[in-house]
Design a binder for this molecule. Structure first.
Ligand SMILES: [Fe+2]
Ligand SMILES: [Fe+2]
Length: 198
């Protein structure tokens, strides 16, 4: 394993969580659906915990959480762009459309967040002992939460869009009803959406 690359991933993951905190604060201002608001409020709190756990992991590995690696700047830029996109939507589009943009931006951010923790799971399974030990507990706790953040918001984005288009929508989305925490589960939930359409 390339140790410096694995360490860089920890910093990238930390930056993703930092960006997530700002993103949810903005996205919550655009959210109108009560179920979605409640979900995102919970995700914001979990994102803070993820951030804090990564800081503790870095410290445990004797890495400085305050240090900045080059890859972080790119993640920061992407996060700021997503926040700006929501702000632009709130300034120029209808409230209904701004909510759709916010949901799409959260899906994009959570796709990266989910990828980070999926990769960390590989390192927990296959990485060097000290590294694996440092991240194991956090990976087991956080990876299912990241899948939840990603796939449940994807469900809301799809169903809110369908409602916006005047088509039958399943709200809350089947991902929510089925408590989806895997890619396969998300596929199954979307396939079964007709059963939940009102
Ligand atoms: Fe996270
Ligand atoms: Fe997340």
């Amino acid at each position: 394993m390339k140790r410096s690359h694995a360490e860089s991933l920890l910093y990238v993951a930390l930056e993703t969580e930092k960006g997530g905190l700002k993103l949810y604060e903005t996205a919550l201002r655009a959210a109108r659906n009560p179920g979605l608001r409640e979900e995102w409020q919970g995700y914001l709190e979990e994102t803070q915990t993820h951030h804090d756990k990564l800081v503790a992991i870095l410290k445990g590995l004797e890495l400085d959480p305050g240090k900045s690696v080059p890859a972080q700047a790119v993640v920061r830029h992407k996060g700021q762009s997503l926040v700006k996109a929501i702000q632009l939507a709130m300034d120029t589009l209808s409230a209904e459309e701004a909510e759709l943009v916010a949901a799409e931006c959260v899906v994009e951010a959570e796709s990266k967040d989910h990828l980070n923790w999926s990769l960390l799971e590989h390192l927990a399974d296959e990485g060097p002992k000290d590294f694996a030990k440092a991240i194991r507990e956090a990976v087991d706790e956080i990876l299912p939460q990241e899948a939840h953040h990603r796939f449940h918001t994807e469900g809301y984005a799809r169903e809110l869009w369908l409602k916006h288009l005047g088509l039958p929508a399943a709200l809350p989305p089947p991902e929510e009803e089925k408590s989806v925490e895997t890619k396969i589960g998300a596929g199954r939930a979307e396939k079964a959406r007709q059963d939940y359409v009102s």
